[in-house]
Ligand binder design. Structure first.
Ligand code: PMP
Length: 350
């Protein structure tokens, strides 16, 4: 039965099924983006991370972080346990769903500036949501510090309370090194020439980059895609953290620090993408290709196009479609919001 070619690639030889949330994360399609490919003469490929069970690339990190805590014996499936995290939303969604599947509680600390859709979705799935004002990392009221203090005050790991700490917990990048990078390598049959990726924690970029560099013996070019208002572009270009401008994208960019997951990543270059350029790709993908993606995916695709143009026709550039557009309906697809930011409104929404 197993030698039947019809069943090749099916993990479970008995049922061909996947197990719950964990079994549904990853192995996402790598979609050829037709218009970007035609415009550049390259193959531009988008990893469809919006198809993960929690709707974003962060499901991979959430799975990696909780499974790491289980391996360390801090969380035990079926026994009371709590996961606490500060998040722009997507990590909180992945953590909460996987916590539900395992019988843990989840406490999610989030800046109230994040999209209404992510906030409402977190409430819907049962997260204990703590919203607060957006503060810079240097401020003790920053969501990362608030989440750490909550975990500490509840007794920390000794009490079965895990601070996910996605920025500095290396289980995050390790998940992408084990899955995202190797999947792209396999799906392109080793033909990928470049990879563009935005950074929040840097887990996706660093993990996928390490795997792609290793598989290609250093050949794959790794390019960080950065929004305005983030200091990571200047960090890659000059070694100094310097931020300019601002962006309506969520979950990406760092104004003043290099997270532990990003430090030491093999990065060759960086592109800085204004919101208008990212939105053009988001609207184009939606209206001409039927792909609904969020802001960071727009930054990633815009950067992939720039890199493809620099490499010249015939190359293959992979990137990440981090989450779906429905998560930002009230912002990226809302004429009032766009006008208020001085951004163009696409014709079918005007
Ligand atoms: N895109 C979106 C929509 C996100 O929520 C995040 C994570 N905050 C990222 C991209 C960045 O991913 P990473 O944390 O792996 O750098």
């Amino acid at each position: 039965m197993q030698s039947d070619p019809a069943f090749q690639g099916v993990d479970d030889p008995v049922h061909g099924t996947a197990d719950g949330f964990a079994g549904a994360v990853g192995n996402t399609p790598l979609i050829r983006l037709r218009r970007a490919s035609e415009a550049t003469g390259c193959e531009i490929l988008g990893k469809a991370e919006f198809m993960n069970p929690g709707g974003s690339v962060k499901d991979r990190a959430a799975l990696g972080i909780i499974e790491d805590a289980e391996r360390r014996g801090v969380l035990v499936p079926g026994r009371a346990g709590t996961v606490v995290e500060g998040t722009a939303g997507n990590t909180g969604i992945g953590l909460t769903l996987f916590a539900n599947a395992r019988g843990y509680r989840s406490i999610v600390v989030m800046p109230e500036t994040q999209s209404r859709e992510k906030i409402e979705f977190l409430r819907m799935i049962g997260a204990d949501l703590r919203l607060g004002p957006a503060k810079p990392y240097a401020d003790p009221g920053n969501y990362v510090h608030v989440s750490r203090r909550i975990a500490e005050e509840m007794g920390g790991e000794a009490a079965g309370v895990v601070w996910a700490n996605q920025f500095d917990n290396l289980a995050n990048a390790a998940a992408h090194e084990a899955t995202t990078g190797p999947e792209i390598w396999r799906q392109t049959r080793g033909r990928v020439d470049a990879f563009t990726c935005a950074c929040g924690t840097g887990g996706t970029l660093a993990g996928a980059a390490r795997a792609l560099k290793a598989a290609s013996k250093g050949r794959v070019r790794i390019v960080l895609a950065d929004p305005m208002g983030s200091a990571l572009y200047s960090w890659v270009k000059t070694g100094a953290l310097k931020a300019e401008g601002n962006s309506i994208t969520e979950g990406i960019g760092q104004a003043a620090r290099v997270p532990g997951n990003l430090a030491g990543a093999p990065i060759d270059d960086a592109e800085r993408i204004p919101d208008a350029e990212a939105l053009e790709q988001i609207y184009d993908l939606l209206i001409h290709e039927g792909l609904s993606v969020g802001g960071s995916a727009g930054i990633n695709v815009a950067a992939a196009i720039r890199v493809a143009r620099a490499l010249g026709p015939g190359h293959t550039v992979a990137t990440v479609l981090c989450d779906g557009g429905a998560r930002y309906q009230s912002k990226l697809f809302n004429p009032e919001f766009l006008r208020g930011k001085g951004l163009p409104v696409p014709p079918w929404l005007a």
